[in-house]
Design a protein around this ligand. Structure first.
Ligand SMILES: [Zn+2]
Length: 158
């Protein structure tokens, strides 16, 4: 186990390095790097278990385009995909993505602020129709997410 100081130093180096080499430019590189550092800390993982990519589906024209961050479990190799919808805001919760029970698109199925939030969602299993139809079963962003297919009854008609 490395010391707090060593891990803190590694995180700072990681952010500077990612900014320098990001194919998406320095500032988007910083958003990706900070998202990875924050998700690694949230899940208690190393930075080498997190990858990030732009979320082309949920792009917008305001600053801080959304980032998709994938965490790979070092024990089971299972992958969990998280959305940082507003990566410039460090205090925004992550959204865990999972299949919509209606259209199977990867949509927000839980709001994740800490490891216990993920534990609660995993204990419940995949998102179910009953949850989507209830007031509190699915996150608000589930209902407005752009990933639902055009014919999905949960997607917002635009
Ligand atoms: Zn759907």
């Amino acid at each position: 186990m490395t010391s707090i100081a060593e891990r803190a130093h590694a995180a700072a180096v990681f952010i500077r390095h990612t900014m320098a080499v990001s194919p998406h430019g320095r500032w988007r590189g910083e958003e990706h790097a900070r998202t990875a550092v924050r998700l690694a800390a949230t899940l208690g993982l190393g930075l080498d278990q997190i990858t990030t990519e732009p979320d082309w589906l949920r792009r917008r024209t305001t600053p801080g385009e959304p980032v998709l961050a994938t965490a790979t479990c070092p024990q089971t190799a299972e992958k969990y995909v998280f959305l940082a919808r507003f990566p410039v805001y460090d205090d925004e919760a992550f959204e865990l993505l999972g299949p919509c029970p209606e259209c199977a698109a990867l949509v927000p199925i839980a709001t994740i602020r800490n490891l216990a939030d993920l534990g609660d969602r995993l204990a419940q299993g995949p998102l179910r129709h009953e949850e989507c139809d209830s007031e509190t079963g699915a996150p608000d962003t589930f209902h407005t997410d752009q990933a639902h297919t055009d014919t999905c009854r949960y997607g917002e008609a635009l």
